[in-house]
Design a protein. Structure first.
Length: 99
């Protein structure tokens, strides 16, 4: 178990990474409220976990304006996608399944 990436292994962060990997193509981004709604997380909880993923270089959080309204966008970085795929392979190997 110690070989599994501890940043991704936390249940909430694993859900975030899985959702972003499945729903975003390379270079795409999604709004914070969309991710929050998909995952059913509170804004504070999502913000906390995104901060840890961002510090690891796995996601990029960008703040912008749509007109006068602030919008937060989330993107999965190449390093994040690679780390998630490695985590997934390691987990499947640990469980004895095929990747």
């Amino acid at each position: 178990m110690s070989d599994l990436n501890p940043v991704i292994h936390a249940p909430a962060r694993l859900r975030i990474m899985t959702t972003l990997d499945e729903s975003l193509a390379d270079g795409d981004q999604v709004t914070f409220p969309s991710v929050q709604k998909l995952l059913g997380m509170t804004a504070g909880n999502l913000t906390t976990h995104l901060a840890k993923l961002e510090a690891a270089g796995y996601v990029e959080v960008t703040k912008a304006f749509a007109g006068r309204k602030p919008v937060t966008y989330i993107a999965l970085t190449h390093a994040g996608r690679d780390a998630f795929h490695t985590y997934r392979k390691d987990l499947l190997d640990l469980l004895g399944g095929a990747s």
